[in-house]
Design a protein around this ligand. Structure first.
Ligand code: C5P
Length: 232
């Protein structure tokens, strides 16, 4: 199974992201494009970064009726992305429809992972606003199992949850984990952080790192450090 470091390219526009990627010259890191950049620049930014030779995780977190998600996924799949995601809260039917939409005529498709509960949703909000009375951990694991049952490749989760996700859903079920920081770096707004080497020990398949690389004085050096620590 391929393990890799994915750089969260949380930039507001084309100029900033290209200036950042230019620093890498012949290196082609796996990058994550989120809503901010995608909504600012549209699908052309995905085509342009792909044409430069990068793998792309398109982080748009789809959540709608199955038919709409299926058709939207077909559009995203045609962009030749490598990974994308949906909200597991959309149900197994929606997740299966997403896979159908993503699958290309040759039978191949990008990896599809699910967001279980957003890390910004705590147990109190879940109980009082969403009327979900189970414990947060239990909800996260149940949604992960739904994603596996629907045929998805994995989930986005904390590195601290990677081991239990694999126990419940199988060793081959991918864990894509943000919340990673260097041991001597700052946590920013991430609550529970883990280092790249600890994330490896815990069983993460892909770590997602944004600011420790994008805001570093030398982003290429920071990326190489993340690769060294994570891949060992
Ligand atoms: O800059 P930083 O390393 O905190 O970036 C982490 C990236 O992962 C951001 O793009 C953030 O939106 C995303 N993410 C996260 N926590 C989640 C899901 C996604 O930090 N639970």
């Amino acid at each position: 199974m391929a393990k890799d470091v994915i750089i969260a390219c949380d930039f507001s526009g084309r100029g900033a992201v290209m200036e950042f990627l230019d620093k890498f010259e012949d290196k082609k890191p796996f990058v994550k494009i989120g809503m901010e950049l995608f909504y600012a620049e549209g699908p052309e930014i995905v085509r342009e970064i792909k044409a430069r030779g990068h793998k792309i995780f398109l982080d748009l977190k789809l959540h709608d009726i199955p038919n709409t998600v299926k058709k939207s996924m077909a559009v995203l799949s045609a962009l030749d992305i490598d990974m994308c995601n949906v909200h597991a809260a959309g149900t197994k039917d929606m997740m299966s429809a997403a896979i159908e939409g993503l699958t290309r005529t040759d039978g191949r498709r990008p990896l599809l992972v699910a967001v279980t509960q957003l890390t910004s949703t705590d147990e109190t909000r879940m109980r009082n606003e969403l009327l979900i009375s189970k414990q947060l951990d239990e909800v996260v694991m149940h949604y992960a199992e739904n994603a596996r049952d629907a045929g998805l490749d994995g989930v986005v989760c904390s590195p601290l949850e990677a081991g239990i996700v694999k126990t419940r859903c199988g060793a081959g079920f991918l864990t894509v984990t943000p919340g990673v920081r260097f041991s001597d770096g700052k946590a920013d707004d991430q609550m529970r952080v883990t280092t790249p080497s600890r994330a490896r020990e815990l069983g993460s398949d892909y770590i997602v790192m944004g600011r420790p690389i994008t805001q570093a004085q030398d982003p290429v050096l920071a990326y190489e450090r993340a690769i060294d620590e994570f891949l060992g």
